[in-house]
Write a protein that binds this ligand. Structure first.
Ligand code: 4NP
Length: 147
């Protein structure tokens, strides 16, 4: 399974989803590929936001070596699932899909909810981390039924 986590900036939410999911699949010995990207290109080449690095560190995860990149149309070919954090991401990524098969790869990471953007709210990084971790575990359970 190849999964791409997508948010707006690829510095706050999707790097957390990337790091958490990667850690969980490694723990389970699954040969899955996890990556992340942003629909916007403002931070390309940069590491994740220091607050995302900090909250991940608090929970024992190092995401500091990730590098921000922009979502590319070729990602539709490289990944089986493209999991987006909110409705704007959904609209932006859908607009780039070239056919139904590509559209069908896109879904909301939280299924029926969004992961709110914590960029302007320092105190939201902890709840966002918890929310993402819970959903990653659920996702893995749905796919492997063994957590
Ligand atoms: P993210 O948060 O989409 O969770 O990475 C944001 C990061 C940067 C910006 C917006 C959202 N920005 O406008 O630079």
């Amino acid at each position: 399974m190849k999964i791409l986590m997508v948010c707006l900036g690829n510095i706050c939410r999707s790097p957390l989803a990337h790091g958490i999911m990667e850690h969980l699949v490694q723990q389970k010995g699954l040969n899955w590929e996890i990556d992340s990207a942003g629909t916007g290109g403002w931070h390309v080449g940069q590491p994740p936001d220091r607050r995302s690095i900090g909250i991940a560190k608090k929970y024992g995860l190092d995401i500091s070596l990730q590098t921000c990149r922009k979502f590319d149309v070729l990602d539709f070919e490289k990944f089986d699932q493209i999991l987006v954090m909110d409705h704007n991401n959904l609209l932006d990524v859908r607009a780039m899909a070239r056919n139904e098969a590509e559209k069908n790869k896109i879904s909301l990471f939280m299924k029926d909810a969004i992961v709110p953007d914590p960029y302007y709210e320092d105190d939201q990084f902890d709840p966002v981390y918890q929310m993402i971790e819970k959903r990653c575990k659920e996702f893995l359970y749905e796919y492997t039924s063994s957590i």
